[in-house]
Design a protein around this ligand. Structure first.
Ligand code: FES
Length: 84
């Protein structure tokens, strides 16, 4: 199971964390990956970025995720992981 934690700390929240949660939910559903990806939230990990939201995929931390780069991020760092 791949664990994806979306930061819902105040800085990330202001940069669209809630919208990103919706993007993740939809993407997991569209890819029928409910049994492979677990979505959860996290508090501030101290990696607040000027743009976008911080997302943790298992042990890896990525910053600057936005609605605009979401698809690339999801394909490259989430889908690719579960297809390995
Ligand atoms: S609020 Fe998300 S990393 Fe700080």
């Amino acid at each position: 199971m791949l664990v994806v934690k979306i930061c819902i700390g105040s800085s990330c929240y202001l940069k669209g964390a809630q919208e990103l949660v919706d993007e993740f939910r939809n993407a997991v559903k569209e890819n029928n990956a409910e049994t492979k990806i677990e979505l959860s939230g996290s508090f501030c990990t101290g990696r607040c970025n000027r743009d976008g939201v911080t997302v943790q995929v298992n042990d890896a931390v990525y910053t600057g995720i936005t609605k605009e780069n979401f698809n690339d991020f999801f394909n490259d760092y989430v889908l690719r992981e579960i297809k390995r």
